[in-house]
Design a protein around this ligand. Structure first.
Ligand SMILES: Nc1ncnc2c1ncn2[C@@H]1O[C@H](COP(=O)(O)OP(=O)(O)OP(=O)(O)O)[C@@H](O)[C@H]1O
Length: 319
């Protein structure tokens, strides 16, 4: 580890709350992994939380999970008062209370994607579960991320405007220490590192501009490119064009409040054929996470089989 990385680990070992930042490639993930190992070797129970399921795959061997799952926030549906009641009184929140009470240290990675609302709800859950008035119930908190990378996603459905967590009034009290990693540790692709930094700062040099232009090339023929659409309706139209005649169509049994149902991103029917690409829209487990995509391998009246080679697992969901 370099000196700044060592300093971050020392602060964590000394029990301090800490925010670690630095541009892409400065070794944030690397230092977190070192930190988790050292803290655990010293006997401390470390909860490793990520803001997305995909990010938690970086910490697969460290028992990482998402903030939402760990703290029982689900899709952000609860008002803080409801959440407090659930943590205090609801049997279904036994595991959440246990999560919070068992952890000596909570580590949050990719914190740039954590919204102010979710940050404050996580704090509330910890404080309520611990029955302790201190921030996060007095549990040590370490967060890590680069606010010039991905930002929080707003959630209109549940009144989350997607403000950054550092806009919270409690942010500076929670994190009195800030460790800014400056040395880019990634040895290869120096040009790309400079390009990422310049693009993040909005100051693109001619060299970076030329590098980005040079990447404009025909796609490989055996690669199925991901097609990004600005609107769900466009994505649905594109998918049905590409799918052609489906081999099987499943219809959802839908019930609930119209106001909420109309804003759900998953369509109420699913048309598939063998070999068609599918993407997970929710986290089903700590490895089957929102954003994973692969192709349909099999189906019958009640289930669809999808093979996700990255996680060496075949998942079959009852439809
Ligand atoms: N002290 C170190 N010694 C050797 N290699 C290191 C060290 N720190 C980081 N690295 C290597 O540098 C590369 C970048 O590190 P890492 O992925 O942790 O950076 P990061 O800041 O998390 O980047 P990003 O923001 O893009 O996720 C990795 O290959 C990592 O193994």
């Amino acid at each position: 580890m370099n000196n700044l990385q060592k300093k971050a680990v020392d602060l964590a070992m000394a029990g301090h709350n800490l925010f670690i930042t630095g541009q892409a490639g400065t070794g944030k993930t690397f230092v977190l992994k070192e930190m988790i190992s050292v803290l655990r070797q010293s006997g401390r129970k470390v909860a490793v939380l990520c803001t997305t399921g995909m990010a938690s795959l970086n910490f697969l061997n460290f028992g990482a999970t998402t903030v939402h799952r760990w703290a029982g926030l689900y899709d952000g549906r609860y008002h803080s008062s409801e959440l407090k009641d659930l943590v205090l009184r609801d049997d279904r929140y036994d595991h959440v209370r246990k999560n919070a009470c068992d952890a000596d240290v909570i580590i949050i990675d990719e914190v740039s994607m954590l919204s102010k609302k979710i940050f404050e709800q996580l704090e509330l859950v910890c404080r309520t579960a611990m029955g302790n008035h201190q921030l996060f119930g007095g549990t040590q908190i370490i967060s890590c991320g680069d606010f010039r990378q991905l930002r929080p996603v707003k959630n209109d459905l549940y009144n989350d405007p997607g403000l950054y967590c550092f806009q919270s009034d409690i942010w500076t009290s929670v994190f009195p220490h800030r460790c800014h990693l400056v040395d880019v540790m990634r040895q290869d692709e120096q040009e790309l590192i400079i390009a990422i930094d310049e693009t993040a700062r909005g100051a693109v040099s001619d060299e970076t501009h030329n590098l980005l232009k040079s990447l404009d090339r025909p796609l490989l023929t055996d690669v199925q490119p991901l097609h990004l659409c600005a609107h769900n309706a466009d994505a649905q139209w594109y998918n049905s064009e590409k799918l052609g005649d489906p081999e099987k169509v499943y219809h959802a049994n839908v019930s609930g409040t119209h106001k909420y149902l109309k804003r759900i991103i998953a369509p109420n029917y699913l048309a598939i054929k063998i070999g068609c690409p599918v993407i997970l829209l929710i986290n089903l487990s700590s490895t089957l996470v929102n954003g994973l995509h692969d192709i349909v391998k099999s189906y019958d009246d009640n289930s669809i089989g999808v093979h996700f080679p990255d996680i060496k697992e075949t998942y079959s969901q009852e439809t």
